[in-house]
Design a protein around this ligand. Sequence first.
Ligand code: HBI
Ligand code: FE
Length: 295
Amino acid sequence: MTQAPQINPSANPFEANTSHALRGNYAAARADYTVAQPFDDYAEEEHARWRFLYDRQRALLPGYAAPEYLAGLEALNAADGIPRLEDANEVLRAATGWELVAVPGLIPDGPFFDHLANRRFPVAHWIRRADEMDYLVEPDIFHDFFGHVPLLSNPTFAAYMEKYGRGGPKAIQHGATKMLARLYWYIVEFGLIETPKGLRAFGAGMLSSQDETIYSVESAKPHRVRFELERVLRTEYMVDDFQKTYFVVDSFERLFEECDRDFADIYDRLQELPSIKADEVLDTDDIVNRGTVTG
Ligand code: HBI
Ligand code: FE
């Protein structure tokens, strides 16, 4: 019987700011924390909630989301209601060999890294309540599927996510899961990318949130700094507010190249240095724009 995971708050941002118990039913999960998707249990009003969230974001994203994300979203054809993960798996397997597995919610780093390393993305099987449409603490199926899944059909980003998972055990070995979580947070959850038409969002945390999609691309408040691996690994993040700093990648290819190295000596070196505050700007930063936030 699988116990609810002891989530390490510092590594799991959704858990960091609350002492609430995790919502999902972990007792029903397998040893790898996967469950069968209870597709027939979804109520019609839950499908309606999905359609409301989907339609609201789909109408907004053309001017804000990275083109690679939009292409991936269209291919999933998930507008009509909560998607069957198996239907999405046919599309993803053909595109990049990824598949989705249903989980009760956040799972420990070890199993999470192992799923990513094997091109399996864990997706929470439940959808948020009607009173959580604009903010919820843990990732639900809308955050995980609408936010994370479309880019898994992009070969370069798909390779990046596998490599991220493969890097997990070394981070655990070096006591550096907090640093690796920062890379996930600032890129996979809140990354911006440069395009010929300007900055576009590709992070799941912003693309699944109406307000942060707009804020991350348009607001003058946050700093926007060009991606640099060690800078991101050292930078603290906020879990219950918009980001004070966003990092901008030139392309997914450049992102992959920048991260395609042995992190061991980087971890050991950075462990000795102070972390960087979420609203700080360094004089070594390649700044896209300095925000009006303090610091
Ligand atoms: N579990 N289901 C799930 N989804 C996540 O995004 C997730 C997780 N566990 C750990 C985690 N993310 C973060 O610690 C990553 O930085 C590894
Ligand atoms: Fe996420």
